[in-house]
Design a protein around this ligand. Structure first.
Ligand code: SAH
Length: 358
């Protein structure tokens, strides 16, 4: 867990209690911490100058000694239908991250990044092509939601941690993010409205289960056998499917929350009727939900999206086996480069800060 950003104190990553300690140490009364916390997390203030009920001297001290993750909007794309907006945010250290706003009938959902880049190496994913640059602090995960609320003037009720990065590889900062976004003195999101997706880091799934949070856990399976999974997800060399499913059962036992599974359909790789039957057999009796994602082609790879007949067939086989399966609705397909592609093209256009793949 990190409460420092660019060498200064990262007050937006602090819990209410920690902020109180920090404020008292500066020689200010405790109640100032409550005011500050409200500005940071309830009103989502962009800077100290907005915090009008905080004395100017304290505001200027905070400005000198602490950092707020102020993002630059490097790109803001809107889908033709207006249901999806994609943001490329510039961070204070020159890195860039992507976030997506999706408008549903039931409310607004934001998909956030948890790391700059990723080291998991999934073959079909653009976020991992340049490796991991760094973890995001809790404040930088929050700020993606806060910035979007500010820019669009709309409330966000759901957060999915399904952007670039592996949140379970940034465990402590992710848990802190969850605690802050669900805090009643902040945005007060319902825990159930926070979904975190992992490629299947078994020890972290168990650690998360032990915390008994009410969030929704999604596991990226993408294959029905270890052999196939190892071909597309290097992490499968470390953890087998049986071990992952055991961890998911443990998660359910500890939290009472069913885990859902993501399965990206890649033509000729993992989309045959046999794959669907194998997947059904694996998930039998788990009450699992499967989210089928037609793979988004990444230009550095030649994976192709399954055709519609195969996708529908795959879903039908799962449903026949009483496994609930939905096909991810494609929102904003006109602006939706595959995960991490917006950032990647930005980095490459800047002269390849990120290394080109060998
Ligand atoms: N690291 C986490 C979250 C990352 S992305 C995880 O692995 O779950 C969220 C989902 O999008 C994951 O299921 C991921 O495998 C999937 N994904 C990544 N690139 C994709 C692509 N090009 N097409 C379809 N799904 C993709």
């Amino acid at each position: 867990m990190n409460c420092e950003l660019y060498g200064k104190t990262d007050i937006k990553s602090m819990t209410g209690h920690e902020l109180e300690e920090f404020i008292v140490k500066t020689g200010n009364p405790k109640f100032r911490a409550g005011q500050l916390y409200g500005w940071l997390h309830k009103k989502c203030a962009a800077g100290f100058s907005e915090m009008t009920n905080i004395p100017a001297a304290l505001r200027s001290k905070l400005g000198e000694e602490t950092t707020l993750p102020a993002f630059k909007v490097l790109a803001h794309l809107k889908s033709g239908k207006g249901d999806t907006e994609k943001f490329l945010f510039g961070l204070g250290d020159g890195n860039a991250i992507e976030s997506v706003l999706m408008r549903y009938k039931h409310g607004n959902s934001v998909c956030i990044s948890s790391q700059v880049g990723c080291r998991m190496g999934c073959k079909f994913c653009a976020s991992t092509l340049g490796g991991l640059v760094r973890n995001l602090n809790a404040s930088e995960m929050l700020e993606q939601v806060y910035s979007i609320q500010r820019i669009c003037g709309e409330r966000v009720s759901n957060v999915v941690v399904m952007g670039s990065g592996e949140p379970m590889d940034n465990f402590d900062n992710f848990v802190r993010f969850y605690e802050l976004i669900t805090d009643k003195d902040g945005q007060n999101l319902s825990g159930r409205n926070v979904t975190v997706s992992t490629c299947g880091l078994v020890p972290e799934i168990k650690k998360l289960a032990d915390l008994k949070l009410s969030l929704t856990l999604a596991v990226s399976l993408h294959a029905a056998s270890d052999e196939e999974r190892r071909k597309i997800m290097p992490v499968a060399k470390k953890y087998g499917i049986a071990e992952i499913l055991d961890a998911c059962r443990y998660y359910f036992d500890m939290t009472g929350r069913r885990v859902s599974f993501e399965y990206s359909l890649i033509s000729g790789e993992n989309d045959s009727p046999e794959d669907a039957e194998k997947l059904a057999a694996l998930l039998k009796g788990m009450g699992a939900h499967v989210n089928l994602i037609p793979v988004n082609p990444v230009k550095e790879r030649d994976y192709k999206r399954s055709n519609v007949t195969n996708i529908l067939n795959f879903q039908e086989i799962l449903e026949k086996n009483r496994i609930n399966a939905t096909i991810r609705r494609e929102m904003g397909a006109d602006i939706d480069a595959a995960c991490g592609q917006l950032r990647r093209s930005y980095e490459l256009s800047r002269g390849g800060k990120e290394k080109e793949e060998q």
